[in-house]
Design a protein around this ligand. Structure first.
Ligand SMILES: [Mg+2]
Length: 231
């Protein structure tokens, strides 16, 4: 089969990257170098979540520094976070193998991530993924967004930000069930990557029947290899 008939869409948070570790490192740096106490950040985080809202960590820190006329420190904070991150590995098990598999098999792929754009951009850079084609979405309905790429002949018009071109089917890899809502039908399909031992409420749900669940990315890579080896 022509390899250019498919396009892989990969999620960032909790699929490729250890999002908890990114948060922890960011909070530690704010505390250690910029005098924003980690206890204070965690307190606000808890309050915001209690209200049912999403805590915008980077925006909170930037606004806090801005309110003290310390916007230079915000730039320093960004630089420090990216610098300190160089020595760290935020990739989840199998993430490196997955991207290597994509490159070795000449697969087209891009990252589709949802969240506060300031924080998403910082995290992508800190984790070393800023050079990968990506789109940061401000709503979590990825399936519907991808279905919108469909053209009259059934092929998908891949957005320029993800490299452009046309694909006959899309294959999404994501940890959240909600990402697959209104996701395209076969021949497109998906991999829902979620370890049953560490499920968050936000990851649970039901997925369409062209989406298969796996515990981690290593299992996904194994499955991708099996499919490639099929005569
Ligand atoms: Mg995710």
């Amino acid at each position: 089969m022509d390899e250019n008939t498919e396009f892989y869409i990969i999620d960032f948070d909790r699929t490729l990257a250890d999002s908890d570790k990114l948060i922890e490192v960011f909070i530690e740096i704010a505390d250690k170098y910029f005098h924003i106490s980690s206890d204070q950040i965690r307190k606000v985080d808890a309050e915001v979540k209690q209200r049912g809202d999403t805590f915008l960590l980077a925006t909170y820190v930037r606004d806090h520094l801005s309110s003290e006329n310390r916007l230079d420190d915000w730039q320093g904070m960004e630089k420090m976070f990216i610098h300190e991150s160089r020595a760290l590995n935020y990739q989840l098990d199998g993430a490196n193998e997955l991207l290597e598999w994509m490159d070795e098999n000449n697969k087209r792929y891009g990252i589709l991530t949802y969240g506060d754009s300031l924080w998403q951009r910082l995290k992508l850079t800190a984790a070393g993924f800023n050079h990968v084609h990506h789109i940061i979405m401000d709503h979590k309905e990825k399936g519907r967004f991808i279905s919108g790429w469909r053209q009259q002949d059934g092929t998908f018009n891949i957005p320029k930000e993800l490299g452009g071109g046309v694909a006959e089917r899309v294959i999404m890899i994501d940890d959240k069930a909600v990402s697959f809502l209104d996701y395209p039908d076969r021949p497109s399909h998906g991999y829902w990557v979620l370890d049953s031992g560490h499920e968050l409420l936000s990851q649970k749900g039901t997925v369409p029947d062209n989406v298969t669940r796996y515990s981690n990315l290593n299992e996904v890579v194994q499955k991708l290899n099996e499919d490639v080896d099929k005569p």
